[in-house]
Design a protein around this ligand. Structure first.
Ligand code: SF4
Ligand code: SF4
Length: 70
């Protein structure tokens, strides 16, 4: 299955707004750091199967990190 949510991890600032807004609770922060020194948000391939493409995460992100596909 193609990904429904794609994160431009290099630009994430770990604010967690997407984590809290996702109705399916499939977004988490990675253990490792990105180039900015933040833990980037992601959704695993397995969790993405639960995504309903509501785009709440993309709308909430202040840094336009997230792209949602249907
Ligand atoms: S599109 Fe909706 S369900 Fe999918 S990850 Fe974003 S907030 Fe969660
Ligand atoms: S809302 Fe954007 S900047 Fe904040 S954690 Fe999510 S992807 Fe990163």
């Amino acid at each position: 299955m193609d990904k429904r949510v794609v994160f431009n991890e290099a630009h994430c600032k770990s604010c967690e707004l997407c984590v809290w807004v996702c109705p399916k609770q499939i977004i988490h922060l990675k253990e490792e750091l990105n180039g900015l020194g933040y833990h980037p948000a992601f959704a695993s391939d397995e969790d993405q199967e639960e995504c309903i493409s509501c785009a709440m995460c993309a709308r909430m992100c202040p840094d336009a990190v997230i792209e949602v596909f249907r």
